[in-house]
Design a protein around this ligand. Structure first.
Ligand code: ARG
Length: 472
Protein backbone atom coordinates (compact mmCIF):
# COMPACT_ATOMS: atom_id res chain seq x y z
CA UNK A 1 0.00 0.00 0.00
CA UNK A 2 1.38 3.41 -0.90
CA UNK A 3 2.18 5.67 2.01
CA UNK A 4 1.75 9.38 2.46
CA UNK A 5 5.27 10.31 1.44
CA UNK A 6 6.11 7.55 -1.00
CA UNK A 7 5.22 7.79 -4.68
CA UNK A 8 2.07 6.05 -5.95
CA UNK A 9 2.46 2.40 -6.86
CA UNK A 10 0.13 2.72 -9.87
CA UNK A 11 2.12 5.47 -11.59
CA UNK A 12 5.03 5.94 -9.21
CA UNK A 13 7.62 5.32 -11.94
CA UNK A 14 7.42 8.92 -13.12
CA UNK A 15 7.17 10.53 -9.68
CA UNK A 16 9.88 11.34 -7.16
CA UNK A 17 7.53 12.36 -4.34
CA UNK A 18 4.05 11.52 -3.18
CA UNK A 19 1.08 13.87 -3.22
CA UNK A 20 0.49 16.51 -0.57
CA UNK A 21 -2.29 15.96 1.93
CA UNK A 22 -4.43 18.43 0.00
CA UNK A 23 -3.81 16.61 -3.27
CA UNK A 24 -4.75 13.29 -1.74
CA UNK A 25 -7.95 14.73 -0.32
CA UNK A 26 -9.10 16.63 -3.39
CA UNK A 27 -8.21 13.68 -5.61
CA UNK A 28 -10.02 10.97 -3.68
CA UNK A 29 -13.28 9.73 -5.14
CA UNK A 30 -13.37 6.53 -3.10
CA UNK A 31 -15.72 8.09 -0.48
CA UNK A 32 -18.48 8.12 -3.10
CA UNK A 33 -17.39 5.91 -6.01
CA UNK A 34 -17.18 2.89 -3.75
CA UNK A 35 -20.88 2.66 -4.58
CA UNK A 36 -19.71 1.36 -7.98
CA UNK A 37 -17.98 -1.71 -6.56
CA UNK A 38 -20.35 -4.31 -8.00
CA UNK A 39 -20.15 -2.75 -11.45
CA UNK A 40 -16.37 -2.43 -11.18
CA UNK A 41 -15.98 -6.12 -10.35
CA UNK A 42 -18.40 -7.17 -13.13
CA UNK A 43 -16.62 -5.03 -15.74
CA UNK A 44 -13.20 -6.30 -14.65
CA UNK A 45 -14.37 -9.91 -14.85
CA UNK A 46 -15.76 -9.34 -18.37
CA UNK A 47 -12.49 -7.65 -19.36
CA UNK A 48 -10.20 -10.36 -18.04
CA UNK A 49 -12.34 -13.15 -19.55
CA UNK A 50 -11.93 -11.43 -22.92
CA UNK A 51 -8.16 -10.94 -22.38
CA UNK A 52 -7.90 -14.67 -21.73
CA UNK A 53 -10.02 -15.60 -24.71
CA UNK A 54 -7.97 -13.37 -26.99
CA UNK A 55 -4.69 -14.79 -25.70
CA UNK A 56 -3.66 -11.39 -24.37
CA UNK A 57 -3.14 -12.93 -20.93
CA UNK A 58 -2.72 -16.64 -20.25
CA UNK A 59 -5.75 -18.70 -19.32
CA UNK A 60 -4.11 -19.43 -15.94
CA UNK A 61 -3.64 -15.76 -15.14
CA UNK A 62 -7.13 -14.90 -16.37
CA UNK A 63 -8.63 -17.59 -14.10
CA UNK A 64 -6.48 -16.47 -11.15
CA UNK A 65 -7.56 -12.85 -11.64
CA UNK A 66 -11.24 -13.79 -11.98
CA UNK A 67 -11.10 -15.84 -8.78
CA UNK A 68 -9.27 -13.05 -6.98
CA UNK A 69 -11.95 -10.58 -8.08
CA UNK A 70 -14.61 -12.85 -6.62
CA UNK A 71 -12.70 -12.90 -3.34
CA UNK A 72 -12.48 -9.10 -3.31
CA UNK A 73 -16.22 -8.89 -4.03
CA UNK A 74 -16.89 -11.25 -1.12
CA UNK A 75 -14.82 -9.04 1.16
CA UNK A 76 -16.64 -5.90 0.04
CA UNK A 77 -19.96 -7.63 0.56
CA UNK A 78 -19.02 -8.74 4.06
CA UNK A 79 -17.07 -5.75 5.38
CA UNK A 80 -17.73 -2.83 3.01
CA UNK A 81 -15.20 -1.14 0.75
CA UNK A 82 -12.14 0.22 2.59
CA UNK A 83 -11.53 3.93 2.10
CA UNK A 84 -7.87 4.68 1.52
CA UNK A 85 -7.43 8.08 -0.09
CA UNK A 86 -4.03 7.10 -1.41
CA UNK A 87 -5.79 4.61 -3.63
CA UNK A 88 -8.05 7.43 -4.93
CA UNK A 89 -10.95 5.42 -6.29
CA UNK A 90 -12.76 2.09 -6.44
CA UNK A 91 -10.71 0.99 -9.46
CA UNK A 92 -7.35 1.30 -7.73
CA UNK A 93 -8.71 0.04 -4.42
CA UNK A 94 -9.86 -3.17 -6.08
CA UNK A 95 -6.68 -3.63 -8.11
CA UNK A 96 -4.57 -3.01 -5.04
CA UNK A 97 -6.46 -5.59 -3.01
CA UNK A 98 -6.28 -8.04 -5.91
CA UNK A 99 -2.48 -7.68 -5.93
CA UNK A 100 -2.35 -8.33 -2.20
CA UNK A 101 -4.37 -11.50 -2.75
CA UNK A 102 -2.87 -13.00 -5.94
CA UNK A 103 0.44 -11.26 -6.42
CA UNK A 104 1.98 -9.93 -9.63
CA UNK A 105 -0.57 -11.54 -11.99
CA UNK A 106 -2.98 -8.84 -10.77
CA UNK A 107 -0.93 -6.36 -12.78
CA UNK A 108 -2.13 -7.98 -16.01
CA UNK A 109 -5.77 -7.03 -15.43
CA UNK A 110 -5.22 -3.45 -16.56
CA UNK A 111 -3.82 -4.51 -19.97
CA UNK A 112 -5.64 -2.79 -22.84
CA UNK A 113 -7.72 -0.78 -20.42
CA UNK A 114 -7.59 2.60 -18.68
CA UNK A 115 -9.49 3.93 -15.72
CA UNK A 116 -11.09 6.26 -18.25
CA UNK A 117 -13.00 3.54 -20.08
CA UNK A 118 -13.30 1.61 -16.84
CA UNK A 119 -15.13 4.37 -14.97
CA UNK A 120 -17.27 5.17 -18.01
CA UNK A 121 -18.32 1.49 -18.12
CA UNK A 122 -18.93 1.13 -14.39
CA UNK A 123 -20.96 4.30 -14.23
CA UNK A 124 -23.09 3.31 -17.22
CA UNK A 125 -23.83 -0.01 -15.58
CA UNK A 126 -24.78 1.75 -12.37
CA UNK A 127 -27.08 4.24 -14.13
CA UNK A 128 -28.66 1.39 -16.10
CA UNK A 129 -29.49 -0.43 -12.84
CA UNK A 130 -30.85 2.80 -11.39
CA UNK A 131 -33.11 3.20 -14.42
CA UNK A 132 -34.43 -0.34 -13.99
CA UNK A 133 -35.08 0.21 -10.28
CA UNK A 134 -36.79 3.51 -11.03
CA UNK A 135 -39.02 1.82 -13.56
CA UNK A 136 -40.14 -0.72 -10.96
CA UNK A 137 -40.88 2.06 -8.45
CA UNK A 138 -42.85 4.07 -10.98
CA UNK A 139 -44.83 0.99 -11.97
CA UNK A 140 -45.88 0.57 -8.33
CA UNK A 141 -46.96 4.21 -8.24
CA UNK A 142 -49.00 3.75 -11.41
CA UNK A 143 -50.70 0.69 -9.94
CA UNK A 144 -51.65 2.72 -6.86
CA UNK A 145 -52.99 5.52 -9.07
CA UNK A 146 -55.14 3.32 -11.33
CA UNK A 147 -56.46 1.39 -8.34
CA UNK A 148 -57.62 4.51 -6.53
CA UNK A 149 -58.85 6.06 -9.79
CA UNK A 150 -60.96 2.96 -10.43
CA UNK A 151 -62.49 3.30 -6.96
CA UNK A 152 -63.26 6.95 -7.54
CA UNK A 153 -64.22 7.08 -11.21
CA UNK A 154 -67.52 8.72 -10.24
CA UNK A 155 -66.49 10.63 -7.09
CA UNK A 156 -67.11 14.29 -7.81
CA UNK A 157 -64.74 17.05 -6.79
CA UNK A 158 -64.16 20.60 -7.93
CA UNK A 159 -61.74 20.94 -10.82
CA UNK A 160 -59.58 24.03 -10.61
CA UNK A 161 -57.87 26.48 -12.87
CA UNK A 162 -55.85 29.19 -11.09
CA UNK A 163 -56.80 27.14 -7.98
CA UNK A 164 -60.26 28.68 -8.41
CA UNK A 165 -63.25 26.36 -8.77
CA UNK A 166 -63.71 25.86 -12.50
CA UNK A 167 -65.84 22.83 -13.37
CA UNK A 168 -66.72 19.64 -11.54
CA UNK A 169 -64.41 16.74 -12.33
CA UNK A 170 -64.07 13.27 -10.90
CA UNK A 171 -61.36 12.29 -8.46
CA UNK A 172 -60.60 9.29 -10.69
CA UNK A 173 -59.96 11.65 -13.59
CA UNK A 174 -57.70 13.81 -11.44
CA UNK A 175 -55.65 10.82 -10.27
CA UNK A 176 -55.40 9.47 -13.81
CA UNK A 177 -53.81 12.75 -14.89
CA UNK A 178 -50.85 11.72 -12.72
CA UNK A 179 -50.94 8.23 -14.19
CA UNK A 180 -50.33 9.84 -17.61
CA UNK A 181 -47.43 11.90 -16.27
CA UNK A 182 -45.79 8.86 -14.71
CA UNK A 183 -46.30 6.92 -17.96
CA UNK A 184 -44.32 9.62 -19.76
CA UNK A 185 -41.64 9.49 -17.06
CA UNK A 186 -41.28 5.75 -17.54
CA UNK A 187 -40.98 6.20 -21.28
CA UNK A 188 -38.31 8.87 -20.78
CA UNK A 189 -36.25 6.49 -18.63
CA UNK A 190 -36.81 3.71 -21.19
CA UNK A 191 -35.67 5.96 -24.07
CA UNK A 192 -32.59 6.96 -22.12
CA UNK A 193 -31.83 3.34 -21.29
CA UNK A 194 -32.11 2.22 -24.91
CA UNK A 195 -29.83 5.06 -26.05
CA UNK A 196 -27.14 4.51 -23.43
CA UNK A 197 -26.86 0.74 -23.64
CA UNK A 198 -23.52 0.61 -25.47
CA UNK A 199 -20.22 -0.38 -23.94
CA UNK A 200 -17.33 2.10 -23.74
CA UNK A 201 -14.99 -0.63 -22.43
CA UNK A 202 -11.97 -1.00 -24.70
CA UNK A 203 -11.80 2.68 -25.64
CA UNK A 204 -8.86 2.60 -23.22
CA UNK A 205 -7.45 6.00 -22.23
CA UNK A 206 -8.89 7.86 -25.24
CA UNK A 207 -7.52 6.43 -28.49
CA UNK A 208 -8.31 2.72 -28.35
CA UNK A 209 -5.62 0.06 -27.95
CA UNK A 210 -3.15 -1.90 -30.06
CA UNK A 211 -3.97 -5.15 -28.24
CA UNK A 212 -6.27 -7.48 -30.18
CA UNK A 213 -9.23 -7.01 -27.85
CA UNK A 214 -12.81 -8.01 -28.65
CA UNK A 215 -15.09 -5.18 -27.63
CA UNK A 216 -18.18 -7.04 -28.83
CA UNK A 217 -17.38 -9.82 -26.38
CA UNK A 218 -17.14 -7.56 -23.33
CA UNK A 219 -20.18 -5.57 -24.46
CA UNK A 220 -22.30 -8.72 -24.68
CA UNK A 221 -20.98 -10.07 -21.37
CA UNK A 222 -22.11 -6.90 -19.62
CA UNK A 223 -25.56 -6.87 -21.22
CA UNK A 224 -24.83 -4.01 -23.62
CA UNK A 225 -26.26 -4.01 -27.15
CA UNK A 226 -22.76 -3.52 -28.56
CA UNK A 227 -19.66 -1.34 -28.20
CA UNK A 228 -19.61 2.43 -28.65
CA UNK A 229 -18.12 3.60 -31.95
CA UNK A 230 -15.68 6.37 -31.10
CA UNK A 231 -13.06 5.98 -28.41
CA UNK A 232 -12.77 9.71 -27.68
CA UNK A 233 -16.51 10.02 -27.24
CA UNK A 234 -16.62 6.81 -25.20
CA UNK A 235 -14.46 8.12 -22.38
CA UNK A 236 -15.79 11.67 -22.37
CA UNK A 237 -19.50 11.03 -22.85
CA UNK A 238 -21.72 11.55 -19.83
CA UNK A 239 -24.95 11.99 -21.80
CA UNK A 240 -26.32 8.83 -20.19
CA UNK A 241 -25.97 10.38 -16.74
CA UNK A 242 -27.52 13.63 -17.95
CA UNK A 243 -30.37 11.78 -19.66
CA UNK A 244 -30.98 9.98 -16.39
CA UNK A 245 -30.95 13.23 -14.44
CA UNK A 246 -33.23 14.96 -16.94
CA UNK A 247 -35.75 12.15 -16.69
CA UNK A 248 -35.34 12.16 -12.91
CA UNK A 249 -35.79 15.94 -12.71
CA UNK A 250 -38.91 15.83 -14.86
CA UNK A 251 -40.31 12.96 -12.80
CA UNK A 252 -39.55 14.81 -9.56
CA UNK A 253 -41.50 17.81 -10.84
CA UNK A 254 -44.51 15.55 -11.35
CA UNK A 255 -44.13 14.08 -7.86
CA UNK A 256 -43.78 17.56 -6.44
CA UNK A 257 -47.05 18.62 -8.05
CA UNK A 258 -48.83 15.53 -6.74
CA UNK A 259 -47.35 16.16 -3.29
CA UNK A 260 -48.63 19.74 -3.45
CA UNK A 261 -52.15 18.51 -4.25
CA UNK A 262 -52.09 16.32 -1.16
CA UNK A 263 -50.76 19.18 0.97
CA UNK A 264 -53.58 21.46 -0.17
CA UNK A 265 -56.24 18.76 0.06
CA UNK A 266 -55.16 17.81 3.58
CA UNK A 267 -55.39 21.38 4.91
CA UNK A 268 -58.47 21.94 7.10
CA UNK A 269 -60.25 24.49 4.87
CA UNK A 270 -60.15 21.90 2.04
CA UNK A 271 -60.45 18.70 4.06
CA UNK A 272 -60.48 16.57 0.90
CA UNK A 273 -58.14 13.93 2.23
CA UNK A 274 -56.95 12.36 5.44
CA UNK A 275 -53.31 11.44 5.02
CA UNK A 276 -52.08 8.09 6.27
CA UNK A 277 -50.62 8.37 9.80
CA UNK A 278 -47.64 6.40 8.52
CA UNK A 279 -46.66 9.30 6.22
CA UNK A 280 -47.46 12.21 8.54
CA UNK A 281 -45.92 13.74 11.65
CA UNK A 282 -47.25 15.59 14.65
CA UNK A 283 -46.23 18.88 16.22
CA UNK A 284 -44.22 19.06 19.42
CA UNK A 285 -46.26 22.04 20.61
CA UNK A 286 -49.69 21.89 18.93
CA UNK A 287 -51.41 18.63 19.88
CA UNK A 288 -54.05 18.87 17.16
CA UNK A 289 -51.54 19.01 14.29
CA UNK A 290 -50.99 16.30 11.73
CA UNK A 291 -48.49 17.55 9.24
CA UNK A 292 -47.94 16.37 5.66
CA UNK A 293 -44.16 16.26 6.10
CA UNK A 294 -43.55 13.43 3.65
CA UNK A 295 -45.41 15.29 0.90
CA UNK A 296 -43.58 18.51 1.75
CA UNK A 297 -40.24 16.73 1.56
CA UNK A 298 -41.14 15.24 -1.82
CA UNK A 299 -41.90 18.80 -2.93
CA UNK A 300 -38.59 19.94 -1.43
CA UNK A 301 -36.55 17.07 -2.84
CA UNK A 302 -37.55 18.01 -6.37
CA UNK A 303 -35.55 21.20 -5.91
CA UNK A 304 -32.49 19.21 -4.92
CA UNK A 305 -32.93 16.79 -7.83
CA UNK A 306 -33.13 19.65 -10.32
CA UNK A 307 -29.99 20.98 -8.61
CA UNK A 308 -28.23 17.68 -9.32
CA UNK A 309 -29.08 18.01 -13.00
CA UNK A 310 -27.82 21.58 -13.06
CA UNK A 311 -24.66 20.53 -11.28
CA UNK A 312 -23.68 17.90 -13.84
CA UNK A 313 -24.69 20.04 -16.82
CA UNK A 314 -22.37 22.77 -15.61
CA UNK A 315 -19.58 20.28 -14.87
CA UNK A 316 -19.73 19.00 -18.46
CA UNK A 317 -20.14 22.38 -20.14
CA UNK A 318 -17.04 23.39 -22.06
CA UNK A 319 -14.93 20.29 -21.33
CA UNK A 320 -12.64 19.51 -24.25
CA UNK A 321 -12.16 15.92 -25.39
CA UNK A 322 -11.43 13.55 -23.94
CA UNK A 323 -11.40 12.73 -20.19
CA UNK A 324 -10.86 15.55 -17.71
CA UNK A 325 -10.75 15.09 -13.96
CA UNK A 326 -13.75 17.38 -13.59
CA UNK A 327 -15.71 14.36 -14.71
CA UNK A 328 -14.98 12.58 -11.45
CA UNK A 329 -17.59 14.94 -10.02
CA UNK A 330 -20.25 13.32 -12.20
CA UNK A 331 -21.18 10.70 -9.63
CA UNK A 332 -22.35 12.51 -6.47
CA UNK A 333 -25.24 14.34 -8.18
CA UNK A 334 -26.42 11.16 -9.89
CA UNK A 335 -26.23 9.13 -6.68
CA UNK A 336 -27.99 11.86 -4.74
CA UNK A 337 -30.77 12.30 -7.29
CA UNK A 338 -31.32 8.54 -7.50
CA UNK A 339 -31.77 8.08 -3.78
CA UNK A 340 -33.92 11.20 -3.35
CA UNK A 341 -36.15 10.19 -6.23
CA UNK A 342 -36.52 6.58 -5.08
CA UNK A 343 -37.64 7.82 -1.66
CA UNK A 344 -40.01 10.34 -3.20
CA UNK A 345 -41.62 7.72 -5.44
CA UNK A 346 -42.04 5.36 -2.49
CA UNK A 347 -43.56 8.11 -0.34
CA UNK A 348 -46.05 9.15 -3.01
CA UNK A 349 -46.98 5.53 -3.72
CA UNK A 350 -47.85 5.05 -0.05
CA UNK A 351 -49.71 8.34 0.03
CA UNK A 352 -51.86 7.49 -2.99
CA UNK A 353 -52.49 3.91 -1.86
CA UNK A 354 -53.42 4.74 1.73
CA UNK A 355 -54.97 8.20 1.70
CA UNK A 356 -58.59 8.35 2.80
CA UNK A 357 -60.41 10.54 0.30
CA UNK A 358 -63.25 12.50 1.91
CA UNK A 359 -65.57 12.32 -1.05
CA UNK A 360 -68.50 14.00 0.71
CA UNK A 361 -66.32 17.08 1.34
CA UNK A 362 -65.13 17.06 -2.27
CA UNK A 363 -68.65 16.80 -3.60
CA UNK A 364 -69.81 19.60 -1.31
CA UNK A 365 -66.99 21.81 -2.52
CA UNK A 366 -67.86 21.04 -6.15
CA UNK A 367 -71.32 22.47 -5.51
CA UNK A 368 -69.88 25.73 -4.25
CA UNK A 369 -68.30 28.27 -6.52
CA UNK A 370 -70.76 27.98 -9.42
CA UNK A 371 -68.83 25.12 -10.93
CA UNK A 372 -71.68 24.29 -13.32
CA UNK A 373 -71.88 27.78 -14.85
CA UNK A 374 -70.31 26.43 -18.05
CA UNK A 375 -73.08 23.83 -18.17
CA UNK A 376 -75.68 26.60 -18.11
CA UNK A 377 -73.89 28.36 -20.96
CA UNK A 378 -73.58 25.08 -22.91
CA UNK A 379 -77.30 24.42 -22.32
CA UNK A 380 -78.18 27.84 -23.77
CA UNK A 381 -76.06 27.08 -26.83
CA UNK A 382 -77.63 23.66 -27.34
CA UNK A 383 -81.25 24.23 -26.38
CA UNK A 384 -81.72 27.84 -27.42
CA UNK A 385 -79.15 28.00 -30.23
CA UNK A 386 -77.53 31.06 -28.65
CA UNK A 387 -73.92 31.81 -29.71
CA UNK A 388 -71.50 30.74 -26.94
CA UNK A 389 -70.22 34.28 -26.28
CA UNK A 390 -73.75 35.55 -25.64
CA UNK A 391 -74.57 32.45 -23.56
CA UNK A 392 -71.44 33.19 -21.49
CA UNK A 393 -72.75 36.69 -20.82
CA UNK A 394 -76.23 35.51 -19.82
CA UNK A 395 -74.70 32.93 -17.50
CA UNK A 396 -72.54 35.62 -15.95
CA UNK A 397 -75.69 37.52 -14.98
CA UNK A 398 -77.17 34.37 -13.41
CA UNK A 399 -74.00 33.78 -11.38
CA UNK A 400 -74.01 37.42 -10.23
CA UNK A 401 -77.62 37.14 -9.08
CA UNK A 402 -77.05 33.83 -7.26
CA UNK A 403 -73.92 35.24 -5.66
CA UNK A 404 -75.77 38.34 -4.42
CA UNK A 405 -78.28 36.03 -2.73
CA UNK A 406 -75.67 33.61 -1.44
CA UNK A 407 -77.28 30.61 -3.18
CA UNK A 408 -76.27 28.01 -5.79
CA UNK A 409 -77.17 28.34 -9.47
CA UNK A 410 -79.76 25.58 -9.33
CA UNK A 411 -81.39 27.31 -6.35
CA UNK A 412 -82.41 30.28 -8.52
CA UNK A 413 -86.11 30.13 -9.33
CA UNK A 414 -87.32 29.71 -12.89
CA UNK A 415 -88.80 33.24 -12.72
CA UNK A 416 -85.40 34.63 -11.76
CA UNK A 417 -83.75 32.76 -14.63
CA UNK A 418 -86.42 33.82 -17.12
CA UNK A 419 -85.98 37.42 -15.98
CA UNK A 420 -82.36 37.10 -17.11
CA UNK A 421 -83.26 35.45 -20.40
CA UNK A 422 -86.72 34.36 -21.50
CA UNK A 423 -85.33 31.46 -23.53
CA UNK A 424 -84.45 29.55 -20.35
CA UNK A 425 -87.00 26.88 -19.32
CA UNK A 426 -87.34 24.26 -16.56
CA UNK A 427 -85.24 21.67 -18.45
CA UNK A 428 -82.17 23.69 -17.50
CA UNK A 429 -82.18 22.30 -13.94
CA UNK A 430 -81.23 18.86 -15.20
CA UNK A 431 -78.00 20.34 -16.59
CA UNK A 432 -77.07 22.23 -13.44
CA UNK A 433 -76.32 19.30 -11.11
CA UNK A 434 -72.70 18.34 -10.65
CA UNK A 435 -73.53 14.75 -11.71
CA UNK A 436 -75.03 15.95 -14.98
CA UNK A 437 -72.04 18.23 -15.49
CA UNK A 438 -69.41 15.48 -15.24
CA UNK A 439 -71.52 12.93 -17.13
CA UNK A 440 -71.81 15.39 -20.01
CA UNK A 441 -68.04 15.70 -20.41
CA UNK A 442 -67.71 12.46 -22.36
CA UNK A 443 -65.36 13.64 -25.11
CA UNK A 444 -62.25 11.46 -25.49
CA UNK A 445 -60.14 12.02 -22.40
CA UNK A 446 -62.96 13.91 -20.64
CA UNK A 447 -63.96 13.63 -16.99
CA UNK A 448 -67.22 11.65 -17.45
CA UNK A 449 -67.15 8.55 -15.19
CA UNK A 450 -67.65 6.35 -18.26
CA UNK A 451 -64.57 7.88 -19.92
CA UNK A 452 -62.52 7.55 -16.75
CA UNK A 453 -63.48 3.88 -16.40
CA UNK A 454 -62.50 3.31 -20.01
CA UNK A 455 -59.07 4.87 -19.48
CA UNK A 456 -58.56 3.02 -16.18
CA UNK A 457 -59.30 -0.27 -17.97
CA UNK A 458 -56.79 0.56 -20.73
CA UNK A 459 -54.20 1.52 -18.14
CA UNK A 460 -54.72 -1.67 -16.16
CA UNK A 461 -54.26 -3.62 -19.36
CA UNK A 462 -51.05 -1.70 -20.16
CA UNK A 463 -49.73 -2.40 -16.65
CA UNK A 464 -50.49 -6.11 -16.95
CA UNK A 465 -53.24 -5.91 -14.31
CA UNK A 466 -55.89 -7.12 -16.70
CA UNK A 467 -58.11 -9.75 -15.12
CA UNK A 468 -57.40 -8.60 -11.57
CA UNK A 469 -60.57 -7.59 -9.75
CA UNK A 470 -61.21 -3.87 -9.74
CA UNK A 471 -62.44 -2.60 -6.39
CA UNK A 472 -65.45 -0.40 -6.97
N1 ARG B 1 -11.43 8.42 -10.20
C1 ARG B 1 -11.57 8.74 -11.57
C2 ARG B 1 -13.01 9.19 -11.91
O1 ARG B 1 -13.88 8.91 -11.17
C3 ARG B 1 -11.25 7.58 -12.45
C4 ARG B 1 -10.67 7.98 -13.75
C5 ARG B 1 -9.33 8.59 -13.56
N2 ARG B 1 -8.69 8.82 -14.82
C6 ARG B 1 -7.59 9.54 -14.92
N3 ARG B 1 -7.09 9.70 -16.11
N4 ARG B 1 -7.08 10.13 -13.89
O2 ARG B 1 -13.23 9.84 -12.90
Amino acid sequence: MSGNSGSNQMWGGRFAAGPSAIMREINASIPFDKALWRQDIAASKAHVAMLGQQGIVSHEDAALIAQGLDTVAGEYEAHGVPEDWDLEDIHMTTENRLAELIGPAAGRLHTARSRNDQVATDFRLWVRDAMDQMDAGLLALQIALVTRAGEHAASIMPGFTHLQTAQPVTLGHHLMAYYEMIARDRSRFADARARMNRSPLGAAALAGTGFPIDRFHTAAALGFDGPTDNSLDSVSDRDFALDYLMAAAQCSLHLSRLAEEFIIWASQPFGFVTLPDSLSTGSSIMPQKKNPDAAELVRGHSGRIVGCLTSLMITMKGLPLAYSKDMQDDKPPVFEAASLLALSVAAMTGMVAEARFRTERMRGAAELGYATATDLADWLVRQANIPFREAHHITGSAVKLAESRGIALDQLSLEDLKAIDTRIDERVYAALSVEASVAARCSHGGTAPAEVRKRVAQAREALGLHGFALEE
